[in-house]
Ligand binder design. Structure first.
Ligand SMILES: C[S@@+](CC[C@H](N)C(=O)[O-])C[C@H]1O[C@@H](n2cnc3c(N)ncnc32)[C@H](O)[C@@H]1O
Length: 274
């Protein structure tokens, strides 16, 4: 197991959607002075070279972050400010590094990563601050052990690689348990669009849970029938209340820029109301 390596995919269209939404959530939580905890269940390395052998092999960042016409993307200013220097040096920060850069005094981050080599890189890039805890532990279990957080405010990113097909069911169970332990938790659950039937099943399962206020944000760069990962989405629990509006305003232009075919599309769905 553990064969997935994010350096092949860093900066692709899925990272664009995920990281923009993640930053929007952090910004929203930081409107209040009260500290919060950030929990990244599948943290990855924290920083990726865009000219590495792995990155050049797939070229995914060229069809992702490097394809964006940043100055003409209204609503992406904060995201751009966070990554501009890295892009100029042919590298791209992962979710833990992006959030760490935004943490204030009193905020904390909890980063889970199982792969030994990736863990070392994560420690090197992200364990530079006293407010960051890096753990070599299963992120699903790690998350549940931390909830409810002492801060009473938490943002969670659940970003597994779905190498195991049962992950599509596991993630829903974990999200529902997280809600049970801390109903006010804000969480983003990432999923790839590779086989549409898995996503439809996941949506049906989510609707059967006791969770409230669950929304879906999806961006596809090609038709479902095309080969490989044609898009991705995030299931958001307790998202910022204006996030759907921002998404509908900003993402159509992003979808157009990253389109790999005429069939690109995006969707927002309220899966469960408040
Ligand atoms: C998709 S990558 C993470 C990307 C990162 N969240 C980002 O946006 O920059 C998934 C990571 O999860 C790690 N991983 C796999 N299974 C795990 C588990 N059960 N607990 C924690 N980490 C795991 C993998 O080694 C890989 O580095």
């Amino acid at each position: 197991m553990l064969s997935y390596q994010h350096q092949y995919h860093a900066g692709n269209h899925a990272d664009v959607l995920k990281h923009w939404l993640l930053i929007e959530c952090v910004k929203y939580l930081q409107k209040k002075d009260k500290p919060f905890d950030y929990i990244d269940t599948h943290a990855g390395a924290g920083m990726y070279g865009l000219n590495s052998v792995e990155a050049l092999k797939t070229g995914e960042s060229r069809a992702g972050v490097l394809k964006l016409d940043w100055p003409n993307l209204k609503g992406f200013e904060e995201y751009h400010a966070l990554v501009a220097k890295d892009l100029a040096q042919a590298r791209y920060p992962g979710s833990p590094e992006l959030v760490n850069r935004l943490l204030r005094e009193g905020d904390h981050s909890w980063l889970f990563e199982l792969h030994p080599q990736t863990l070392q890189e994560l420690q090197r890039h992200c364990q530079t601050q006293r407010k960051t805890y890096v753990k070599q532990q299963d992120g699903f279990q790690g998350l549940l052990s931390l909830l409810p957080t002492k801060s009473r405010r938490a943002l969670v990113l659940i970003d597994p690689s779905y190498e195991i097909k049962s992950d599509y069911q596991t993630v829903v169970q974990i999200l529902a348990k997280a809600y049970q332990k801390m109903p006010q938790v804000m969480a983003l659950l990432w999923y790839p669009v590779v086989d549409r039937s898995f996503i439809s099943a996941m949506e049906r399962e989510i609707k059967k849970t006791a969770m409230r206020n669950v929304q879906l944000f999806e961006l596809c760069v090609a038709a479902d029938e095309a080969k490989g990962m044609t898009g991705s989405g995030l299931i958001a629990l307790n998202p910022p209340w204006l996030l759907a509006e921002s998404f509908e305003r900003v993402i159509p232009a992003v979808a157009k820029m990253l389109a790999q075919s005429e069939s690109h599309q995006w969707r927002w769905v309220e899966l469960i109301p408040e």
